[in-house]
Design a protein around this ligand. Structure first.
Ligand SMILES: [Ca+2]
Length: 554
């Protein structure tokens, strides 16, 4: 056989191998997970000026999931729940890890990526990890073959932003001191005691955002401080290359975007986008950033279609927590979950009001998930690991799972498997603050989230006995309570609902084992104030030049 013949036969064999795997046989999985994106931020959830054509197209051609709950109303806890299928308090992970923390997601927790590896998948991750940044805690050590991203939030250090010609927007820096941010986390109870040093930058690694790349067991800091202007094209190239390389095996691609969390105060409107997206949205910089994330997602879908992989690929979308209200218009929109009534506010990030934990979501899988459908069945980020384990045909480790397999909901074969979905919002062994139970939502404690009060009188932490109860299916903005604090209800149906919730909560509290973090021994170059990601400590972790956009105070 000549060389020309071989070149002809090879593509045929590759096409044949695609066709051999039935769509339901260990499907590829792409998980989009946007940071701090509110329920009302997308085109398909009703935002009037958002530009998210790719997310909208996938949502409309798949199943929109209107009752997807985050596992925690802030970043690290939410990701611990997503990665492990277990309540974040069970893993011991606090609400928020610092960029220089010495610990991370406990190494005895099994991640969804490790599960997929067991099933023979290739795995990659793009974006924000936030479950520990020492080498043993980074994605490369937790089941991902490849990683490119910022290992924590994009406001946990300063960055560069190469100007795009017209720099007028880049000197109109709107900012708030980063110390305010840490104070709000502390006041809301989301930091463990030992994490509270995080805002102090005793480790210079916490001053400048790194872009970290891992592949074949090798870790490198690509840039520090990274350049926000060129970040998205790098993300896009990384995920497209991974899909091309992994196309003949089942693969799991986890894409927790660094977008649209607000950045450090040295960026205009505390948001960023590349030159192709700056000043393109009617919604301002938040809209530009979201449009850029949508563009990366569009490249993924184009690649799946180009390689003939669409029918073998389940695409999921959600957000890690609700909008960060104290960031104003830079922080996103809670959509229909923004209700106000006497004495309480269903706010955003940091709160177990719907605005903090109910996320925009969809599932897309052509040929398997019915297009143009919606489901209000209760699903959760906690469900990712059990669901993907089922689809990948790999057994669950023998630990307690709070997540449930949601594949029946996605494939119209059954209902939610959550009878009581517990919502935790405090570190340190506190009980769950709220619960979703069928059409009901109960609050034992409400809080305004991270800076959600806006100085409103009477706004703050409140506790309830009996719990504050809503019919969330009829009243998604939690505006019309069915109970009154201090008064036992007379309605027989409400009494029965409260009795069921009270009994279930007792069981939840008595059976919950709160996890504890451990700090592994120091590795080479590590020690107190030397746990952060650093390109070169001799250069103060600054290898690419100081941030090019500075605040007006400087
Ligand atoms: Ca977040």
């Amino acid at each position: 056989m000549g060389r020309a013949d071989a070149l002809f036969i090879l593509p045929c064999l590759l096409s044949f191998s695609h066709a051999m795997r039935a769509p339901e046989d260990r499907p590829n999985v792409v998980m989009f997970f946007v940071d701090d994106l509110g329920y009302g931020d997308l085109g398909f959830t009703g935002h009037p000026t958002t530009n998210t054509p790719n997310f909208d197209k996938l949502a409309y051609n798949g199943k929109i999931l209107t009752s997807w709950y985050s596992g925690c109303p802030v970043c690290s806890g939410s990701r611990a729940a997503l990665m492990t299928g277990r309540q974040y308090v069970r893993t011991g992970v606090p609400g928020v890890f610092s960029p220089t923390v010495a610990t991370g997601l406990p190494l005895n927790e099994t991640t969804v990526a490790q599960q997929m590896k067991k099933a023979g998948y290739q795995t990659a991750m793009m974006g924000k990890w936030h479950l520990g940044q020492r080498s043993m805690f980074l994605p490369g050590a937790r089941g991902f073959d490849r990683y490119l991203g910022i290992p924590y939030s994009d406001d946990m250090g300063e960055a560069r932003a190469t100007p795009c010609g017209n720099t007028t927007d880049e000197v109109e820096a709107a900012r708030k001191g980063s110390e305010d941010m840490w104070d709000s986390y502390r006041e809301a109870g989301f930091l463990l005691e030992e994490d509270a040093i995080q805002g102090d930058h005793q480790d210079p690694a916490g001053s400048f955002l790194p872009l970290v790349h891992q592949h074949n067991g090798k870790t490198e800091v690509v840039e520090q401080p990274l350049d926000f202007t060129t970040l998205a094209p790098k993300y896009k190239d990384f995920v497209v290359e991974f899909i091309e390389d992994a196309q003949h095996d089942p693969f799991f691609l986890y894409m927790p975007f660094s977008h649209v969390h607000t950045t450090a105060s040295n960026q205009p409107e505390k948001q960023y986008a590349s030159c192709d997206f700056k000043n393109t949205s009617k919604r301002g910089m938040f809209g530009d950033a979201l449009a850029e994330a949508d563009w990366i997602a569009g490249s993924v879908i184009d690649t799946l279609e180009r390689l003939g992989l669409s029918k073998n690929t389940l695409v999921l979308f959600s957000s890690d927590n609700g909008p960060w209200m104290m960031q104003g218009k830079s922080g996103g929109s809670p959509g229909i979950h923004y209700g106000r009534s006497a004495g309480y506010w269903n706010v955003g990030k940091g709160s177990t009001w719907e605005g903090g934990v109910r996320e925009p979501a969809f599932a897309y899988w052509p040929g398997m998930i019915k297009p143009s459908t919606r489901s209000a069945e209760v699903v959760s980020s906690l469900d990712l690991l059990p669901t993907l384990s089922k689809l990948a045909q790999v057994e669950l480790p023998s630990v307690v799972y709070d997540g449930r397999d949601m594949s029946d909901v996605l494939l119209d074969k059954g209902q939610s498997k959550h009878e009581f979905l517990w919502l935790y919002a405090q570190s340190g062994g506190a009980p769950p603050t709220a619960c979703r139970y069928g059409p009901w939502k109960a609050h034992w404690r409400t809080a305004p989230g991270l800076g959600g009060c806006f100085g409103i009188e009477g706004c703050g932490v409140k506790t309830y006995d009996p719990p504050l109860l809503f019919n969330i299916e009829e009243d998604p903005s939690e505006a019309y309570p069915l109970t009154t604090n201090g008064e036992q209800p007379q309605d027989p149906e409400i009494k029965a609902v409260l009795a069921a919730l009270t009994a279930a909560r007792k069981k939840e509290i008595s059976s919950m084992v709160f996890g504890k973090l451990t700090t592994p021994p120091d590795g080479p170059g590590e020690g107190p104030n030397k746990y952060g990601v650093c390109c070169d400590r001799a250069q103060g972790c600054d290898c690419n030049g100081k941030p090019s956009v500075v605040s007006l105070q400087d």
